[in-house]
Design a protein around this ligand. Sequence first.
Ligand SMILES: [Zn+2]
Length: 174
Amino acid sequence: MDTLGIYRIDLKGLRSEVETRRFVADDDFFAVVGNTDIHAGNVVVDLTVRKAAGDTFLLTFVLRGTVTVTCDRCLEDMDCDIEAERELNVAFGDVYADEGDWVKVPADDGCLNVAWHVYEFIALELPLQRVHGDGECDPEMMEILGYHTAGAEEKSEAPTDPRWNELKKIIDNN
Ligand SMILES: [Zn+2]
């Protein structure tokens, strides 16, 4: 299984100054990248590779699609829209090194697999708080997890009728 093989970019073997690639980060992709909050997805990745001076490369990723994560409140699946544009500068060096905006690739290999970068760019787009919109959480799960619906809360917060207290006293005394 070589789900991530297609993400390997042969920079040394580029045939023109500008090349484009399209990947689809799908369920298989997220399963293979693994150890992840994202359990499914469909994100189209348009990559443009531009060869610049002195054996450096500018990689531009345009990402569009949706991924499925777990709702922090009801623990059911929820979809997050992904729309981002990210850049990565790549240069040839002695050893592989990831220095934030710059990635060094060993010159004798000349290839870079961008699968992990694609995953990181998508993960960066996820909101810190992943919850469904108001009223969109799974009602059954909410009940199991002990959340009260708005109606139940109102009821428990309503002041006790003082006549009920009086009646209770009478019953207790008997
Ligand atoms: Zn939810």
